[in-house]
Design a protein around this ligand. Structure first.
Ligand code: AMP
Ligand code: MG
Length: 311
C-alpha cells in the first residue's frame, strides 16, 4: 500500500469533526477507547474495511468489532434480546463486546462479519470515542490499531510507531485507562469468547454462568472458517471447466471478477459478496490465482478454507 501522511488530531470539536469527516470519506482513523486505541473505518464500506486489514497486515479475515454510541444504535445492526440485552443494559458503555444475530437490513460490509450471520458490537465509554461515534453517526469497525502480531497500542505514540503512513489520522486523547482488550460474550448458550477488560465474575453476576470458549470458538482464525460456500471450490484456475462458474482476478473472462485491475484492496472488498453470489448459482466455483502478497495472503487464506474438504 502506498504510504500516506498520518495526521494527529486533537480531541476538541474541530478534531472530532475532522475524524468523523474522514470516516465518512472512507478513510482510516485511529481513536482511543477505554481499552486500547482502535483502527477505525466505516463498517458499511467494504473498501474501508479492506484497508483496515491491509494496514494491519493481517493474514486472516477474522471478523471485526463494530463500535456504536449506544444500545439504540446497536439495534440497527443486530437483534439484541434475552441475556445479551441484559448485559448491554448493565455494562454499556464499557469494555464488553456482545455478539448477536445480524438485524434485517443491517447494511454492514460482509468483510466486517467475515461472512457470518452474527456481528460483534461494542459501545465504548471513552469520551473521545463517544464523540467520534455520535458525530459520525454510523457504525465504525475497529480492531486494535497495531500491526498484526504486535502489542495493542494504549497511546497515540504506539499507534504512530506501528501504523504511521498507513492510517489517515490518529485522534490523540492520551493513554487508554483500561489497557486490556474488551471481553467478548455471545452465542447460545452464552459463552465467554475472549477474556478482557470486564471480569467474567461481573458478567456472571448478571446472567449466571458462562460457557468458556474452549467448548465453542478458540481462535479468531477458526471462527472465520465457519463461513464456507456450499459449492465445491477449485483454486488457481486459469479458466472455467465445463459447468463451473469462474471468479476472476485481473483482466480476464470471468463470471464475476474480484478486481479487473488486479487491486488487492478492491478484491478483498468484493470477496464475500462475490462468493455468496456465485454460491447461489449452485455450480462448482473456479477461482483465478491471487498473488500471495499484501491482502492477497488473507484472500488466499480465506479461499483455501472455503476450498478445504468439509467434514
Ligand atoms: P479484534 O478486532 O482484534 O479486537 O478482535 C475481534 C475479536 O472479536 C476476535 O477475537 C473475533 O473472533 C471476535 N468476533 C468478532 N465478530 C465475531 C462474531 N460474529 N462471532 C464471534 N466472535 C467474533
Ligand atoms: Mg488486536
Amino acid at each position: 500500500m502506498t504510504e500516506i501522511e498520518t495526521r494527529v488530531l486533537r480531541p476538541d470539536a474541530a478534531g472530532i469533526a475532522e475524524a468523523a469527516r474522514l470516516l465518512g470519506a472512507g478513510a482510516l482513523v485511529s481513536f482511543p477507547t477505554e481499552t486500547v486505541y482502535g483502527l477505525g473505518g466505516d463498517a458499511r464500506d467494504s473498501v474501508a474495511v479492506a484497508r483496515i486489514f491491509d494496514a494491519k497486515g493481517r493474514p486472516h479475515f477474522n471478523p471485526l468489532i463494530v463500535h456504536v454510541p449506544d444500545l439504540d444504535a446497536a439495534r440497527r445492526f443486530a437483534d439484541i434480546s434475552g441475556p445479551v440485552e441484559a448485559l448491554a443494559k448493565h455494562f454499556w458503555p464499557g469494555p464488553l463486546t456482545l455478539v448477536a444475530p445480524l438485524a434485517e437490513g443491517h447494511g454492514l460490509s460482509p468483510l466486517v462479519t467475515a461472512g457470518l450471520d452474527t456481528v460483534a458490537l461494542r459501545v465504548p465509554a471513552h469520551p473521545a470515542a463517544q464523540d467520534v461515534l455520535r458525530v459520525f453517526d454510523g457504525p465504525v469497525a475497529a480492531p486494535s490499531a497495531n500491526p498484526s502480531g504486535r502489542i495493542s497500542p494504549t497511546t497515540a505514540a504506539h499507534v504512530l510507531a506501528g501504523l504511521a503512513g498507513k492510517v489517515d489520522a490518529v485522534l490523540d486523547a492520551g493513554p487508554c485507562p483500561v489497557g486490556l482488550e474488551s471481553t467478548i460474550v455471545g452465542g447460545t448458550p452464552l459463552a465467554l469468547l475472549r477474556p478482557g477488560g470486564l471480569a467474567q465474575e461481573d458478567i456472571e453476576r448478571v446472567v449466571g454462568p458462562l460457557k468458556t470458549a474452549g467448548d465453542t470458538i478458540t481462535a479468531p482464525g477458526q471462527l472465520a472458517s465457519h463461513y464456507a460456500p456450499n459449492a465445491a471450490i477449485r483454486l488457481n484456475a486459469n479458466a472455467a471447466h465445463p459447468g463451473e462458474v469462474l471468479l476472476g482476478f485481473g483482466p480476464m473472462q470471468s463470471d464475476l471478477n474480484l478486481s479487473v485491475t488486479g487491486d488487492l484492496i478492491e478484491a478483498a472488498a468484493h470477496l464475500f459478496d462475490h462468493l455468496h453470489t456465485l454460491d447461489a448459482m449452485d455450480r462448482p466455483i473456479a477461482v483465478a490465482p491471487i498473488p500471495n502478497c499484501g491482502l492477497g495472503r488473507a484472500i488466499n487464506d480465506r479461499l483455501r478454507r472455503a476450498a478445504a474438504p468439509r467434514t
